[in-house]
Ligand binder design. Structure first.
Ligand code: SAM
Length: 277
């Protein structure tokens, strides 16, 4: 109904050189009001021109337990160049992590179709074993096919990350050098759920004598006017939570496919690292 504002007005600002002003009020992470006002060429408000502008929403539908939906996701989300760059950055960190060499065990949270798992298993020495956690039978079936060539290096654990200590219990008591995840934790539903899983990882790694958590996940980029699903929130909030659950070193190593003007649900992800020192 409305044209896109040109230039993109900052929240609360009025543009007098173009024909559209956007006034926006924000509360926390949510855009609550976005008012569009048309201006005439001299910067005067056109009569009857103001109205609510539809602020976009970024999120995705979650049908993890349906075979067709899992297959569609795997087909749609193949490893493009920036996604491969994320995997490579994670493998580089894992290769450099003393705890991975010492324990020889990496756990993935939300293995999905196994794209990250495949890269990690290829990139690390054959002595490193991989525990692939997921609560979805159809996703696990796809990952089993993709990872079959790695044989008994991979163990599959079917568990819900949000169900108490189910998943950490199932991972077992052998030490773990790293927890990794890509594009999964935002699916848990929001910051409280993410914090719970960050805490589980901190406890699991601490019980193993240290280690590293690498989470490559969708975030809400700074400066966007769009609303994002609750599981996609700012990098700063992730880092705050990681500190809260006990990690000493918490960093955002890189951001990928940043797009604030017209974000799609497949863009805006970051690589977060948490370790003890
Ligand atoms: C987008 S896929 C992950 C992609 C995968 N990391 C890769 O690189 O191929 C997200 C996965 O998280 C899993 N997942 C979502 N919520 C979960 C939960 N509460 N417990 C366990 N797994 C969950 C889904 O079943 C799905 O397989």
């Amino acid at each position: 109904m409305y044209r896109r504002s040109r230039p993109r007005a900052t929240p609360g600002a009025v543009s007098d050189t173009n024909f559209r002003a956007i006034v926006q009020a924000e509360q926390g992470d949510a855009v609550t009001v976005r008012l569009a006002i048309d201006l005439d060429p001299r910067g005067r408000v056109r009569r009857g021109s103001s109205g609510m502008e539809e602020a976009g929403f970024v999120g995705a539908e979650h049908r993890f337990h349906e075979a067709e939906a899992a297959a569609e996701w795997a087909e749609r989300f193949t490893p493009t160049a920036p996604r491969v760059r994320l995997f490579e950055a994670m493998v580089e960190q894992l290769r450099a992590a003393p705890a991975v060499a010492a324990t020889g065990r990496v756990v993935e949270l939300g293995v999905g179709p196994g794209y990250l798992a495949e890269r990690v298993l290829e990139g690390l020495p054959a002595a490193v074993r991989y525990v692939a956690v997921d609560f979805s039978e159809p996703f696990e079936a796809i990952a089993r096919r993709r990872l079959a060539r790695f044989g008994d290096r991979v163990t599959f654990v079917r568990a819900d990350l949000l169900s108490g200590s189910d998943w950490t219990d199932a991972v077992g008591s052998e030490p773990v050098g790293a927890c990794v995840s890509t594009w999964a934790l935002h699916d848990l539903g929001g910051p409280d759920a993410t914090r719970k899983v960050y805490r589980d990882c901190a406890e699991l790694l601490a019980a193993s004598g240290g280690g590293v958590l690498l989470n490559g996940d969708f975030v809400k980029p700074e400066g966007t006017a769009y609303r994002f699903e609750p599981g996609r929130f700012a990098v700063a909030r992730h880092l705050e939570m990681l500190r809260e659950v006990g990690f000493g070193r918490c960093e955002c190593l890189e951001t990928f496919e940043t797009e604030i003007e017209h974000p799609t649900p497949a863009q805006n992800y970051a690589l977060l690292l948490a370790a003890w020192r």
